[in-house]
Design a protein around this ligand. Structure first.
Ligand code: NAD
Ligand code: GLY
Length: 367
């Protein structure tokens, strides 16, 4: 088991990465001085795979399955959960557990932040994306009609238990989408991880668990370092938005129906590599290296038919926009540079270049 400690305003918490951790969760938590969760929340997909087993292992009867999907990361589910916890007499000082992907960890973490003005929770992320990103760093929240993650709280968990064995059942497309976030983390602060990815990404479904353990733990270590430096995103944490400015805009401009988040981030990484080349903050060799690793995530849903005006319009809506415009994160040879401003015309050009290259790179629409 790899253990990464994350310092947070609510105290330090461990991120444990290993195999078979869910089956012996009670013991694992005990080793870290944590009580067994009194309620377990999962969804209708992950519940039958892992959530029910976790609840049974812990002997908790307060087990809830929410409907599966980003569209259920909303207020009514928070209210429902809080009501269910009240019925189950969950009180302050007790712990609840979230078993699922980023939708479940964001939602349950947020419900925990507001239930009785805040109770403790732990995250058992079951997607690669949740293991390396969503479950780590304390951001929790739900979506509004107007956009994603517009309501939330910084409410770090007491522990994150990432059982890489859960990746066995994760569809390949989801695995690759999660790998985009691993590439992002590697570029920010672990270029050896980038080499490792380059060597191992070929057939993600065949990767042995010990390799997943290494990839996940290294990506978590990068994220941990960044959020420890700037938990509430006053500055340095913006590094984690590498590839996300365009990524979010692509997702929004296509009605969240074409790209998985990580797939949009993969396009975003390509875009910022080009923008950084134009600014000469990224050398040709480094750009080729980044593009080479991202190419391994193909096939990605294509950019064909994406309305560039809508992408630009959504860039204006980016919640991380600075007063003077969107503050871009660009890759450099050794990491990232923050707070860059980019003209809409440049974005337009780069998107046109990417769309034109799409065919040559074997990008296909997968709607
Ligand atoms: P998700 O939670 O929707 O999971 C993807 C799909 O995989 C779902 O259908 C889920 O039920 C299924 N699934 C989960 N684990 C599985 C497994 N082991 N085997 C088979 N199927 C499984 O999506 P996600 O990509 O994990 O997370 C996306 C969410 O995370 C978004 O809402 C995003 O806003 C949020 N997020 C939050 C942060 C943060 O810092 N809080 C960071 C990144 C993303
Ligand atoms: N996913 C970006 C962050 O946690 O800040």
């Amino acid at each position: 088991v790899e253990s990464i400690t994350v310092d947070s305003e609510r105290g330090a918490y461990p991120v444990l990465v290993g195999q078979g951790l869910t089956a012996r969760l009670g013991e694992v938590l005990d080793e870290h001085g944590l009580p067994a969760p009194r309620a377990v929340v999962s969804n209708t997909t992950v519940g039958p795979l892992y959530g029910r087993e976790v609840a049974a292992t812990l002997g908790t009867r307060a087990f809830f399955e929410l409907p599966d999907g980003e569209r259920f990361k909303r207020w009514p589910q928070v209210e429902e959960l809080c009501g269910r916890w009240l019925e189950a007499s969950i009180h302050r000082g007790q712990l609840v557990a979230a078993v699922g992907g980023g939708v479940i960890t964001d939602l349950v973490g947020f419900a925990a932040a507001v239930y009785l003005r805040g109770i403790d929770w732990i995250a058992l992320p079951t997607t690669l994306l949740a293991m390396v990103d969503a479950a780590v760093g304390g951001k929790t929240g739900v979506n509004l009609e107007q956009g994603k993650n517009l309501v939330g709280a910084f409410w770090p968990p007491r522990a994150v238990v990432a059982d890489v064995g859960c990746l066995d059942t994760l569809p390949l497309r989801q695995l690759k989408a999660g790998l985009a976030e691993v590439v992002k983390a590697a570029w920010i602060d672990d270029h050896e991880l980038l080499d490792l990815l380059d060597r191992t990404i070929e057939a993600p479904s065949d990767l042995p668990p010990e390799r997943w353990q290494e990839l996940v733990a290294r990506a978590v270590a990068v994220k941990a370092k960044v959020v420890e430096a700037d938990e509430r995103e006053a500055g340095a944490r913006q590094a984690l938005n590498l590839g996300h400015t365009i990524g979010h805009a692509l997702e929004a401009a296509t009605g969240y129906g074409r790209f998985l988040h990580g797939e949009a981030v993969a396009w975003g990484l390509r875009a910022v590599a080009k923008l950084a080349r134009r600014r000469a903050v990224l050398g040709a060799e480094a750009a080729a290296r980044l593009e080479g690793v991202v190419a391994r995530l193909e096939p990605l849903p294509g950019l064909d038919g994406v309305a560039v005006d809508r992408v630009l319009e959504h860039l204006g809506h980016d919640k991380k926009r600075a007063e003077a415009g969107v503050a871009w994160v660009l890759p450099t040879d050794s990491g990232v540079i923050l707070g860059q401003s980019i003209e809409p015309a440049e974005v337009r050009q780069v998107l046109a270049e990417l769309a034109a290259e799409g065919g040559a790179n074997g990008c296909v629409a997968q709607e």
